[in-house]
Write a protein that binds this ligand. Structure first.
Ligand code: CDP
Length: 222
């Protein structure tokens, strides 16, 4: 594992549409840290498999795609498609895929780009597996219905056809795959602070997380 160096690491985990991405981007901007949306790595792996007409369930195909991931794919608009999200959670259950993406994530955390003094990584297993020694660990969650409603609104705003019942069903299936898999399942680290956004709005979640980071930064510099 590459050394963590002096980089200040914020690990944010949580299920789909919990608000962790918005929170991660905001915190990175506020503290001048680099941000990595690790879900994009799994989505890009899935997209590469789908584009070559491969089967996302096939371990050898998916691991090969993860091993030669083209960073250009990380900016591909199709990563946002629900079909890609579904396939991402299928490739993400394959241990060889997770292993192939581990070094990239740890390296980003330890040596953030543009000499940033810290990094915010959001995903499913950052506090538990990728960066178990992170300075701050947050687990952002919300009820399944709240998250499905958010994803439904997001899809409609993008002009994508969506039916709430189907979005809710897809989310339940993806949650089940993410929490029940053997390899690094979605889980809160024992030392993570839980932020439930069912009743907190984005600003309140941001204030709470900012205060935790400011305190941890303060105690690190003492
Ligand atoms: O944006 P959303 O929360 O819907 O999904 P995402 O963060 O882009 O992640 C897509 C899928 O990648 C998830 O359903 C997980 O199966 C997988 N993933 C993972 O296994 N580990 C991570 N650190 C990040 C994502």
């Amino acid at each position: 594992m590459p050394s963590q160096g002096t980089s200040f690491i914020v690990a944010i985990d949580g299920p789909a549409a919990s608000g962790k991405g918005t929170l991660a981007r905001g915190l990175a901007a506020k503290f001048g840290f680099a941000h990595l949306d690790t879900g994009k790595l799994y989505r890009a792996t899935a997209l590469a498999v789908l584009q070559s007409n491969g089967d996302p369930r096939d371990a050898a195909t998916a691991a090969a795609a993860a091993g030669r991931l083209d960073p250009v794919l990380l900016a591909e608009p199709r990563l946002l498609d629900e079909a890609v999200a579904g396939a991402a959670s299928v490739v993400a259950a394959i241990p060889q895929v997770r292993a192939a993406l581990l070094d990239y994530q740890r390296n980003f955390a330890a040596h953030p780009p543009a000499s940033a003094s810290g990094a915010v990584l959001d995903g499913r297993d950052i506090g538990t597996a990728v960066c178990p020694d992170a300075d701050v660990k947050l687990f952002v969650t919300a009820s399944t219905e709240t998250r499905a409603e958010r994803r439904f609104q997001e899809l409609r705003q993008r002009g994508a056809p969506a039916i709430y019942r189907d979005v809710l069903q897809d989310m339940k299936e993806r949650d089940a795959r993410d929490t029940q898999r053997q390899a690094a399942p979605l889980a809160a680290a024992t030392d993570a602070v839980i932020i439930d956004t069912t009743t907190l709005d984005a600003d309140q979640a941001f204030e709470r997380a900012s205060a935790l980071i400011a305190r941890a930064l303060g105690s690190r510099s003492r």
